[in-house]
Design a binder for this molecule. Structure first.
Ligand code: ATP
Length: 366
């Protein structure tokens, strides 16, 4: 097991800066995820940890050891790729044993270690099968076994579930997490899928344009996004531009041009002194925090009249889209409590955005 410490690393390819001044400390045994859209620098960062790329600037350390320019085969990391990168005409056993052969481990030890790890990924029955005769999910398990058999200090996973269908992805999420906990291995996971990141990680780093936007636990990232990019990338949200108006006791008052009204916010964590009328601010509110049952809304603040424009039934929950002030769409999510509780499209409703559920954040810098 090992910590991974990246200090102000930058990687440029010609005039493209793929990763810009990244600082990151990943703890021993942590499941850490790099999350972000395509091209944001996740894979490049992972490759600098694996040693496939050397940083243009900055340092990579494992524990306190400087690894910045150590070649990949001397780092003791196990890597799993999106396309598995297995040898299709070799058997499962031969694929998993490959890394041990390179390390000149004895035949008897190799056999024991391969069998042990294949049991862990529940593939011991398939040892003699050719990899090309396995399903996608089974191939992914072989790739995991191959990475784990060398007893790496760090496990690196680059979008390992992207090629699997939704049900298998769900199953493999649990499987990877089980293995990670069993081995207690420091794991770095690259994905653009927020559900994977939220469900699997101890902590997440959200990337955009080569810059780390926020590092935090899944609940911190979801509940306290630092800017509009993070709020929108993780989960659903309604984002509305607002401007600071004034403070009244513990209540902050903003103006929303699009809603044509004031927005009242109660948030004890807000640093009131930092707001200014000219700040480029947005408010974010999660769909499950918004109320639309007009009979029960007693608040006089943050209540807006609108019309239901779309109702989406997803099984466990119902999404209701409401158009307010002609062109603002507010999305709400409620648990499915039976057909009689859904609103019909075209219904006039009131929307209430509770004062303590609104997060005021700056716009992300491009
Ligand atoms: P994806 O999810 O699509 O793999 P990513 O977040 O992993 O995206 P990277 O692959 O790290 O993104 O790429 C970051 C940026 O660096 C992109 O603009 C990409 O085009 C560029 N880039 C990555 N590798 C190279 C390379 N070998 N040569 C030139 N540019 C590169």
């Amino acid at each position: 097991m090992s910590t991974v410490n990246l200090s102000t690393i930058t990687k440029s390819f010609g005039n493209v800066t793929a990763v810009n001044d990244l600082d990151l400390l990943i703890e021993e045994g942590e499941f850490f995820t790099f999350l972000g859209p395509s091209g944001c620098g996740k894979t490049t960062t992972l490759r600098m940890i694996a040693g496939f790329y050397y940083p243009t600037k900055g340092k990579v350390k494992f524990n306190e050891k400087d690894m910045t320019t150590v070649p990949p085969e001397k780092r003791n990391t196990g890597m799993v790729f999106q396309n598995y990168a297995l040898f299709p005409h070799m058997t499962v056993f031969e694929n998993v044993a490959f890394g041990l052969k390179v390390r000149k481990i004895s035949k008897s030890d190799t056999k024991k270690r391969v069998l042990d790890v294949l049991k862990k990924v529940r593939l011991d029955q398939y040892m003699e099968r050719q990899v090309s005769q396995l399903s996608g999910g089974q191939q992914q398990r072989v790739a995991l076994a191959r990475a784990l058999v060398i007893e790496p200090d760090i496990l690196l996973l680059d979008e390992p579930l992207s090629n699997l269908d939704a049900r298998l992805r769900d199953e493999m999420r649990t499987e990877i997490l089980r293995l990670q906990r069993e081995y207690g291995i420091t794991t770095i996971y690259v994905t653009h899928d927020q559900v994977e990141a939220l469900t699997m990680s101890d902590r997440i780093a959200v990337f955009n344009h080569g810059v780390c936007q926020q590092i935090g636990t899944p609940t911190e990232i979801y509940n306290k996004p630092v800017n509009d990019f993070v709020a929108e990338f993780i989960g659903e949200t309604t984002l509305l531009p607002i401007s600071y108006e004034k403070t009244s006791g513990k209540e902050l008052i903003f103006r929303s041009k699009t809603l044509g009204d004031f927005i009242y916010v109660k948030d004890t964590e807000l640093n009131i002194a930092t707001y200014d009328e000219n700040d480029d601010l947005v408010m974010s509110i999660r769909p499950e925090a918004i109320q639309i049952d007009y009979n029960q809304i007693t608040s006089e603040k943050n209540v807006f009249k609108g019309q239901v424009s779309l109702v989406q039934f997803t099984g466990a929950s119902v999404h209701t889209y409401i158009t307010v002030n002609e062109d603002v769409t507010i999305r709400t999510t409620d648990l499915n409590r039976g057909p009689s509780t859904y609103f019909k499209e075209g219904t006039e409703v009131s929307v209430y955005m509770p004062e303590d559920q609104i997060r005021v954040i700056p716009k992300a810098r491009e």
